[in-house]
Design a protein around this ligand. Structure first.
Ligand SMILES: NC(=O)c1ccc[n+]([C@@H]2O[C@H](COP(=O)([O-])OP(=O)(O)OC[C@H]3O[C@@H](n4cnc5c(N)ncnc54)[C@H](OP(=O)(O)O)[C@@H]3O)[C@@H](O)[C@H]2O)c1
Length: 223
C-alpha cells in the first residue's frame, strides 16, 4: 500500500483514517461531498459524490492502489420509509457495487466499511442493516472471484460495531473512538486481512448474532 483513497472521509471514521494513514507516511486522499470540510482536512482531497455518473472516472484519475469505500448512510425509522430506504440503497448498495466491481481490475486493495448491523435484520434500521448484509456478501463474492478468476485485487471487509461518530450514537456499548477504529482499519489494510472487526472484540458479537436461534433473536429488541 502506497497511495490510498478514502471515499467518505470528510467526517467520522474516514477522516480519522486519512489522518492515521498520513501519520504513517502513506499518501492519503480524502474524498467526500462537503468541500468546506475537505479544505479543513487539507492535503490532497477529491470533491466526490460517489453516486454521481462520473464517479468512477474521478476515482480512477486519483491513481490510488488502495481504495476504501467508507461512505455510508442510514437512519432509524419507526415505520417503512421508502425515501430513506432508496437513499440508503443508492449509496450503500448501488454506488458501493459499482466501485467494488471496478476495483477488481484497477486496485491492489479494495476495502469497504460494512457493519455488525449487517449480520441479522434489525427492526428500526432495516434498510441500513439489509444494505450492509449485501455489502458483506458481495465482498465475500468478490474475494472468491479474485481468487478463482486469477485477479490480484484483495478485498477487505471492515466490520465496525459502534464507533464514536454521529452515526454511532445509538449505543455506548463497546463504542470505540474514531482513532481506535482508524488504527484497526489501517492494520487490516497493511495485512491484507479478509475481514476485520472494528474493534476486534466485535467478532464475538457478530458470531453470537449469527448463531442465535431465530425464535430467540426475533424476541430480542435491538433497534
Ligand atoms: N459510527 C458507527 O458506529 C458505525 C458502525 C458501523 C458501520 N459504520 C459505517 O462506517 C462508515 C462511516 O460512518 P461514520 O460513522 O464515520 O459516519 P459519517 O461521519 O456520517 O461519515 C460518512 C461519510 O460518508 C460520506 N458520504 C456520504 N454520502 C456520500 C456520497 N454520496 N459521496 C461521497 N461521500 C459520501 C460523508 O461525506 P459527505 O457528506 O461530505 O459526502 C462522510 O464523510 C459508514 O459506511 C457507516 O455505515 C459506522
Amino acid at each position: 500500500m502506497r497511495r490510498i483513497l478514502v471515499i467518505g472521509a470528510t467526517s467520522g471514521i474516514g477522516r480519522a483514517l486519512v489522518e492515521a494513514a498520513r501519520a504513517r507516511g502513506y499518501e492519503a486522499v480524502a474524498a467526500g461531498r462537503r468541500e468546506a470540510l475537505l479544505r479543513e482536512i487539507g492535503g490532497e482531497t477529491l470533491a466526490l459524490d460517489v453516486t454521481a455518473p462520473d464517479a468512477l472516472a474521478r476515482i480512477g484519475a486519483v491513481g490510488a492502489d488502495t481504495v476504501v469505500f467508507n461512505a455510508g448512510f442510514g437512519e432509524r425509522s419507526e415505520r417503512p420509509d421508502w425515501g430513506l430506504t432508496e437513499r440508503t440503497l443508492r449509496l450503500n448498495v448501488l454506488a458501493f457495487e459499482r466501485v467494488a466491481g471496478w476495483a477488481l481490475t484497477h486496485c491492489e486493495t479494495f476495502a469497504a466499511t460494512a457493519s455488525v448491523a449487517g449480520v441479522r435484520g434489525l427492526e428500526r434500521t432495516n434498510g441500513y442493516s439489509a444494505s450492509k448484509a449485501y455489502m458483506l456478501n458481495a465482498m465475500e463474492g468478490y474475494r472468491r472471484l479474485a481468487r478463482h478468476g486469477g485477479h490480484a485485487c484483495r478485498y477487505v471487509s471492515l466490520v465496525p460495531g459502534f464507533v464514536d461518530t454521529a452515526m454511532g450514537q445509538a449505543s455506548a456499548f463497546w463504542r470505540c473512538s474514531t482513532t481506535a477504529a482508524a488504527f484497526c482499519i489501517l492494520k487490516a489494510l497493511e495485512r491484507g486481512q479478509a475481514v476485520a472487526y472494528v474493534t476486534p472484540r466485535w467478532r464475538w458479537v457478530a458470531a453470537a448474532l449469527r448463531l442465535m436461534p431465530r425464535a430467540l433473536f426475533e424476541r430480542l429488541p435491538l433497534g
